[in-house]
Design a protein around this ligand. Structure first.
Ligand code: NAP
Length: 336
């Protein structure tokens, strides 16, 4: 029986926010695997802010998605046919599946997922790429010490929630910056952050200063723009800034706005360092084991925002840029 594979292929390079017309929603038969390949039925897809950058022309940390290609996405699926010795029918796997219902991929690019460890969508969030980003960005670059003040922006999202909770585990004072009262309440009441700043309704500069009386030792930046510029004015001596992302800039049609308060790095003998999670790929198992332990012991809580239906992809992706996702944004494609 031929399997019909619905896919989103990039049709145009977006200008500003992504639109449905930037993609073609097409169908084609799923391809049978060749030697070494595996045919995977997609169950869940990870929707990430970085996807917006992958649609742009030009050099970045990975090549752009080409016009006509299936939109790149990480996902979790179930093996339905295998010609790779490492995988059997029924195995759950994760890898670069793309925005499509079936993916025929080189077995070397897949990893098995054990659903006994956590529900499958968690492997796209806390135990997946965003969790790894939080873990290595905070611990390797932020290097938080007990008693220090850690501030994280995009705090209620996939990366931010994990950053703040790990910082608490490490004995820090943690302040999150997020949009809206519900997200801020979640950070303090459910995740145990010491304080939260609602950047949509509060004076960030003033409230952040109240919550960080000794200054900021580690600023984990997910949003860039004005919030980064404000954080720069409140650094403690020898502060570390982790440049993880700059979502406020990803849809800009006027170019990226850089921080103007960077001389604070000089005054405070501080550092600002960019990080890309893929550089830590050989250490993911180590981080995964530790975080799975924290989840099991209740020290690390996970939250996923699951939207069903591959056909909703363009509009669901936009939730990230409108702040409408609450936790890791996951697109459910098929039942387990
Ligand atoms: P996320 O935080 O789950 O979702 C994005 C959130 O960003 C939204 O919910 C929204 O929350 C906030 N946001 C959107 N537009 C904003 C704006 N103009 N100003 C301030 N906040 C805005 O996404 P994520 O997957 O965890 O990613 C967070 C950041 O990490 C992104 O910048 C991403 O590119 C980066 N990242 C980097 C790496 C790496 O290797 N360097 C890896 C993964 C992710 P509010 O409701 O709070 O506004």
């Amino acid at each position: 029986m031929t399997l019909v594979n619905h896919q989103f292929r990039l049709a145009a390079r977006p200008v500003g926010m992504v639109k449905r017309s930037d993609f073609n929603y097409v169908e084609e038969p799923a391809r049978s695997p060749s030697e070494g390949e595996v045919l995977v039925k997609t169950l869940y897809l990870s929707l990430d802010p970085a996807m917006r950058g992958w649609m742009n022309e030009g050099k970045s940390y990975i090549p752009p998605v080409q016009i006509g290609e299936v939109m790149r996405a990480g996902g979790i699926g179930k093996v339905i046919e295998s010609r790779h010795a490492g995988f059997g029918v029924g195995d759950f796997v994760q890898g670069g599946l793309g925005i499509q219902e079936y993916a025929t991929v080189d077995g070397k690019t897949l990893a098995k997922v054990d659903p006994a460890v956590a529900p499958l969508p968690v492997f796209l969030g806390t135990l997946g790429m965003p969790g790894m980003t939080a873990y290595f960005g905070l611990l390797d670059i932020g290097k938080p010490q007990p008693g220090e003040t850690v501030v994280v922006s995009g705090a209620a999202g996939a990366v931010g929630t994990v950053v703040g909770q790990i910082a608490k585990i490490k004995g820090c004072r943690v302040v999150g910056i997020a949009g809206g009262a519900a997200k801020c309440e979640y950070l303090t009441q459910t995740l145990g952050f010491d304080a939260a700043v609602d950047y949509k309704s509060e004076d960030v500069k003033k409230v952040l200063r109240q919550h960080c009386p000794k200054g900021i030792d580690v600023y984990f930046d997910n949003v860039g723009g004005e919030i980064l510029d404000i954080a720069l004015t409140q650094l403690a001596r020898k502060a570390r800034i982790v440049i993880c992302g700059a979502i406020s800039q990803y849809n800009s049609t006027e170019g990226v706005k850089g921080p103007s308060n960077y001389l604070s790095l000089l005054v405070n003998r501080a550092s600002m360092t960019g990080m890309v999670v893929f550089d830590y790929a050989d250490r993911y198992p180590e981080a995964g084991r530790e975080m799975a332990g924290w989840i099991k012991s209740g020290k690390l809580k996970t939250r996923e925002d699951i939207v069903t239906g591959i056909e909703t992809f363009p509009e669901t992706l936009l939730k990230l840029f409108r702040g409408e996702n609450f936790g890791k944004l996951v697109l459910k494609v098929s039942d387990e």
